[in-house]
Design a protein around this ligand. Sequence first.
Ligand code: ZN
Length: 488
Amino acid sequence: MGRSSHPARLVAGAMLALGCAWLVAGGCAGPKRLPSVETSPRPRPGVEPAVEAAPSTVPAQELPAHPVAPPIPWLEPAEPLRLLGVGLLEDRPTLEMRAEGAAWVRDADSGHTLAALEAGEPLTCRRSGEDVSWEAGGESGRVRSVALQPIDPGFLVSAPGGSYRGDFLVIATPRGHGLTLVNNVELEDYLKGVVPWEIGRHDVSKFDALCAQAVAARTYTVARIGSRQARGFDLYATVMDQVYKGAANEDARCNEAIAETAPLVLRHAGREIEAYYSACCGGSSCAVSEVWPKPDLPYLRQIADKSSSSGEAWCAGSPYYHWRETWSAKALERILQRTLPDYVDYMAQGGGAWAGVSFTPSRGGSAGRPGALREIAIKRRTPSGRVAELAVVMAAGTYHVRGDRVRWVLTPSSGNPNILRSALFELEVVRDDERLREVSVRGRGFGHGIGLCQTGALGMAAGGQSWRDILAHYYPGATLDAVTRQER
Ligand SMILES: [Zn+2]
């Protein structure tokens, strides 16, 4: 179950990944003829990363019927396939990558082979005007976009930041001066590089939480395919979307959870849901509009995240269930000189009616120059108890800070974490006579609090709840369904 994909499926994946690359480059005209696989070393079924504690031992009789690539598998893939382009780096002056086995270097627009590389030989790319200059295997040239495709889809590619499954695409960064590195990878392989970094590595008692996380991450991914198209890929490999670190340090149990739940996603009203999740909800998850200037969704509601029998929060075991942050008035005043004008700019760009008035000036005051801190107070709370509006009275006027943005305004003095852990907090203000001396926040939870609570899911799993129960708890009304086939 934890075994890697069927080789035929991976080959199909690699072909389609290159197809995706052509599409991204704007020149996709259908599948291109790829070189024969005779030169390929024998594919390695059941490839597992070298770092895994328990390497896969696939018995010989389980080898697939077609140990070499089947004929034109990309036309009729046997299973639903989803391929995505993950943006690993942007605007880099040079890029170098190597496959652990033989690989082709291709012109990603035409599909033509530019060079054949032996194991470990580098492909080096530089930006050249609107093109990519490449050097590989004693050859060099200049094309619009370059693809690196291992001959055996089981071979990993080492690139800046780690080693990866799938193919690579190098394009000129749109509106930039450097290069963008895209990893074209099959959905299930991508998830292997996401799930352990998003929820961590856990013992078998928490297996169902890993399964719930796998479904949430798969759903999030499918719903986001195409969302970063202007940049030349589908998703960032960071918290901007989901943390993805490729094939290095995969986790055998997380891989098993991914296989256990494949190919299921959560759907509502005929489409994949917005499967948000965060580290710890602090005992109560929240609706979208409580924290973000976005419309509410029926399956993302405020939920009391606690056991009905014990009454204890499922996420009470999190180290961030309770936390505290303290600033001297002077230190906070310094931080606010930067974060308050940033907040006003941010809301001017996207807050709309949700934001209301961001700044009420005092006489002659300007939003860009806050000045002395006079007062700070919570004015309104959301139904889940999060801060709906924080009033920060400065010499220049009053800043009305909304929803989750309070986390970007009250940034910790230590810089760790770089924003406040959550918007679920009490404020304590210490004064000397009338002057502010110290400001403290006593908070609960870590993250925005929408959707699945990761530590709550771990608590539910340890308490004997199934992954289906966990998903039904955090995404009420969503249903499980197989991911639809690639549409492009
Ligand atoms: Zn929780």
